[in-house]
Design a protein around this ligand. Structure first.
Ligand code: ADP
Ligand code: MG
Length: 342
């Protein structure tokens, strides 16, 4: 959900200039892509670089927003087809690929169903089964066509890059910082984190993974040059009249909030958009399918928190993660798939 609240877009800009010549630490905050964004950058011209990165994020919000009538996504959703910016064509193409790879667990065509549940506004409701079945006929990322810069969708299909946009924006903003000479920075787009290099002293960044059950951290990941993205139903949900919790991540197969054994899924890797897309996909899959999926590809690390508070973590990531008290009793480490002997 990339809603644009232009009026609320207050950018707080603090520039803390340290004493060592031109070396600076800049900390910029903004409200963009429907979430809080912070950019902390270190180095020469950190202040102007951080500002450019935030500007870049706003540009992407402008082309990926579902509600802004000037955006690429709005045009596709209302006209069925349109020429889009290169970043949009690339991201849609990438998303279609992840949808196929995840066997449909990730799907950017759910917007009409999300709206029906009220997840695009604030008035939540439980749609009736018939309405969901009807809307499901017009979903499926494999029906999207991307030809150069032209994106076309079938009638009644609408796209939403909410599950991948923040990660992708993190990648592009990080590239912007690097192009401006920054080799130490931390970007946080509403919990979607991208780390460039290390802290100024050479020490790795420490990135907390929030507990899905409270305010505290369930784990702390020590990382440099990577993205860390978490998906969980606890971020946006409503409680129905039946007392049940309905989360904003849908199972594309049922059109209903995903109900797996997972409370959250965290993905760590070198690409923010991959981490973002996969954290959503793994959350939908649940632990068993997520583990199988991970055995088939090794381009990411994951930390899954189950509804009963257990942790499932890949071996490589476990070596860089400190698990908090209360979560450290039920930890299972996933080892790479064994090559068949003989
Ligand atoms: P967040 O953006 O809140 O951190 P996610 O990255 O998991 O969390 O994205 C969730 C958003 O993506 C939802 O709010 C909705 O707009 C959209 N969405 C919901 N279910 C799916 C799905 N199965 N695949 C792709 N996008 C989804
Ligand atoms: Mg996501």
């Amino acid at each position: 959900m990339l809603r644009k609240r232009t009026i609320l877009l207050v950018t707080v800009c603090m520039l803390l200039v340290s004493c060592s010549g031109e070396e600076q630490t800049a900390h910029n905050e903004a409200f963009a892509m429907d979430t809080f964004v912070t950019v902390t950058a270190n180095g020469k011209n950190a202040g102007s670089a951080a500002e450019l990165a935030i500007e870049r994020i706003r540009e992407l919000e402008g082309i990926w927003s579902v509600t802004d009538s000037g955006s690429d996504i709005y045009r596709i959703n209302h006209e069925g087809s349109g020429e889009v910016h290169e970043e949009t064509a690339e991201l849609i193409d990438f998303s279609v690929g992840i949808s196929a790879a995840s066997q449909g667990a990730f799907d950017i065509t759910l917007y009409p169903i999300l709206r029906e549940w009220g997840f695009t506004g604030e008035e939540y409701k439980i749609p009736d089964d018939r309405r969901i079945s009807e809307l499901l006929l017009n979903t499926g990322s494999e029906k999207i066509s991307v030809q150069d810069m032209t994106v076309t969708v079938p009638e009644n299909m609408q796209l939403d890059l909410g599950a991948v946009g923040k990660g992708a924006a993190g990648d592009i903003a990080a590239e912007c910082l690097r192009n401006n000479g920054i080799d130490s920075a931390l970007l946080n787009l509403g919990g979607s984190i991208t780390a460039i290099g290390t802290k100024p002293g050479g020490e790795s960044w420490k990135i907390g993974v929030r507990s899905p059950f409270g305010e505290e951290n369930a784990a702390v990941i020590t990382a440099s040059d990577c993205s860390v993205v978490t998906s969980g139903a606890y971020e946006r949900y409503f409680i129905g009249e039946d007392g049940k919790i309905y989360g904003h991540i849908l199972d594309p197969e049922t059109g209903r909030p995903a109900e797996s054994d997972l409370a959250s899924a965290t993905v760590v890797g070198s690409s923010g958009r991959l981490c973002d897309a996969l954290s959503t996909a793994l959350f939908v899959m649940g632990s068993e399918k997520a583990e199988k999926f991970r055995q088939e590809r090794d381009d990411f690390e994951m930390l899954l928190i189950t509804n009963d508070g257990g942790i499932i973590i890949t071996e490589e990531l476990a070596a860089h993660t400190e698990i908090a008290e209360g979560f450290d009793e039920n930890v299972r480490i996933i080892y790479p798939a064994q090559a068949d002997a003989g």
